[in-house]
Design a protein around this ligand. Structure first.
Ligand code: ADP
Ligand code: MG
Length: 211
């Protein structure tokens, strides 16, 4: 079985993973990480609990240029809890990596306080669609430099009625971005969203649960 190093993840992060007891990639991680590192658009379908977060977080970290201070990656996720969870996961992963900055943006938090946090260098933004759009409209966040876009738990975003917001947000990012979509199910609305914005996406499906 392949390990994270063989998948192209640097040794500092491999070390962090090991210290957390994460030694072998799950099936979805094994199949998506190399494609994402290659720069491909990816549609990944795997059930809840199969490790989809690290499947996009790990290759994303590898691709961030810390010498730049602009927003390079955007992760859209349906709920505040998920936004907090994902940003926490990223922070854990970059503990031994110099300079990568993460910002979580979600509703229910004071907007003014969030605006202050937006001032520093942010490489990765994790956000719920509604609050992110507020910031875009206030011009407090520039997303034109985003090179990697992740639509996480896309079916939940659809269920919660976020697709129009997601659509608006995608228009704020450059067309040269790499887009990745992660979901437990792929309903037809998600398929059309993918068709509209993704370039020859690789479809990766994992059926059996394996963590
Ligand atoms: P999903 O988004 O597919 O529902 P998560 O990314 O939330 O799943 O991961 C579920 C749990 O599995 C988390 O607690 C995570 O830390 C753990 N996990 C992720 N990858 C691995 C792995 N390779 N080995 C062991 N545990 C893992
Ligand atoms: Mg998930």
């Amino acid at each position: 079985m392949l390990d994270f190093l063989q998948l192209g993840i640097r040794k500092e992060i491999n070390h962090t993973l090991k210290s957390l007891g994460i030694v072998a990639p799950t099936s979805i991680q094994e199949r998506t990480i190399p494609s994402i590192l290659e720069g491909k658009d990816v549609i990944a379908k795997a059930q809840t609990g199969t490790g989809k977060t690290l499947a996009f977080v790990l290759p994303m970290i590898e691709k961030i240029d810390v010498h730049k201070s602009d927003v390079q990656a955007l992760i859209l996720t349906p709920t505040r809890e998920l936004a907090q969870q994902i940003s926490k996961e990223i922070k854990r992963m970059v503990e031994n990596v110099e300079g990568i900055q993460v910002l979580a943006v979600y509703g229910g938090q004071d907007v003014e306080r969030q605006l202050k946090k937006l001032k520093g260098a942010r490489h990765i933004v994790v956000a719920t669609p509604g609050r992110l759009l507020d910031h875009i409209r206030r011009e407090s966040l520039d997303l034109s430099t985003v090179q990697m876009l992740v639509l996480d738990e896309a079916d939940q975003m659809l269920q919660m009625g976020f697709l129009p917001e997601v659509d608006d947000i995608i228009h704020e990012t450059l067309s040269t971005r790499q887009t990745m979509l992660f979901s437990a199910t792929i309903p037809k609305e998600i398929k059309s969203l993918a068709k509209k914005y993704m370039v020859e996406p690789e479809f990766i499906e994992v059926k059996a649960k394996k963590v």
